[in-house]
Ligand binder design. Sequence first.
Ligand code: ASP
Ligand code: MG
Length: 456
Amino acid sequence: MIVSKFGGTSVGSYEAMSRSANIIVDNPKRNWVVISATSGTTNHLLRLSSLPLNTDEGNGLLDQISRRHLDIASQCSFKKEAIKAVEECMRNLSAHLSKQQTSKDHSETQWVDTLLAFGEILSTQLFAWVLREKELNVQLKWAGDFICTDSRFGLAAVNLEVTYAKLQQFLTANEGFVSYQKPGNVLLTQGFIGADVQGRTTTLGRGGSDFSAALFAEALGAECLEIWTDVAGVYTTDPRVVSTAHAIDEISFDEAAELSIFGGKVLHPAMVKPVRRANIPVRVASSMEPELPGTNIVTNPLNRPVVRTLSVRKEQTLMTLHSLEMLHQPGFLAKVFSILSEHRISVDLVTTSEVSVSLTLDTAHKASNKVELSEAVLRALNDFCDVEVEYNLALVAVIGNALNQTLGISGQLFSTLKEYNIRLVSHGASANNVCFLVEESDAEAVVQTLHQSFIG
Ligand code: ASP
Ligand code: MG
């Protein structure tokens, strides 16, 4: 069995859905299908969640969501059924909006998760009809019936034991439905969505559909997990920055994990763990050009270059703390980190000297979890050290193999970057990456220079 996940652009229009459906038809092993909301819909719903009822903007967004999905429905052979499904979803969505929660407590985040889930509900409802149009026998299942989570709405943690038990139960009860012996049967479900023990809808964090798909692949013992997206695999770097960047044939789980963390937008960071654990190869490919080989993520790639890929994360903040107290004082760093953790600030890179420590923080405007360096944090830190904050930096990650054990690589990297001011370096902790913090305005040139010297 192959678990196939289609991202938002791969189901973003009728043509895209139809192309993705053809991919499923092409291989009868592709019988467990996980999809995202249509591209942009989760952003629209998230914006809606922050607007009061009945604003022009809110009504405009609802209208856009409705028209987008009705447009897909109206091109489907099962037009009547598909339109009816969209209309019903839109009615439920409006009803949910009118129950808007305003308090900043648990019930509000719970309400937002239920709202966001409409994106995946709409896309799966429609995709089911597009698959039926291709004469596939589709069973559409609510992901919350499988993916069991805690109640941290917005970023719920999955209970693997319960989730895997539920999936096993389903397989036993539906014996043969999703097996190779029954070509044409397809189980379709939502990515990103789970439910807590009380059955309340939760979400796994933005981009979480990859993670859902990886969990399904592990639990079902899939022979492969496919991530269908709008690019032809994992690239050596962003082709918009370096025109000679190209798709990589094969990459290890370790490299893919680093890449997903350091800005490669193709994969969600949490997805690597389940597939690596279960040793399930992953194929990343483009649903627009499915004949291209894409990238295989495997445990042991044949080729392990020292430098495989480069990625950039912008909007980085560097915080430097100085204190003479740091000298031979146990507990100084513990104090710093406990203050940051109290304010839910997550630190990426750290370098220390005798009397100072520098930390990088990701302040990028991701739709949610933006790091805020509030007055309160700065005051708490200022109490026992001097704090300096620099903005507009970028983190360039060099990802590859044995970077901490390859003679001369540091020298080569530094001499390649001799024209640039490097604010901070992180090297040695990981075999798979070396990170440089540079001015945001230098980031693209740094990547171009490195790509030319190390990848070509
Ligand atoms: N639709 C969700 C999002 O946009 C999940 C996903 O696409 O992976 O974050
Ligand atoms: Mg994604």
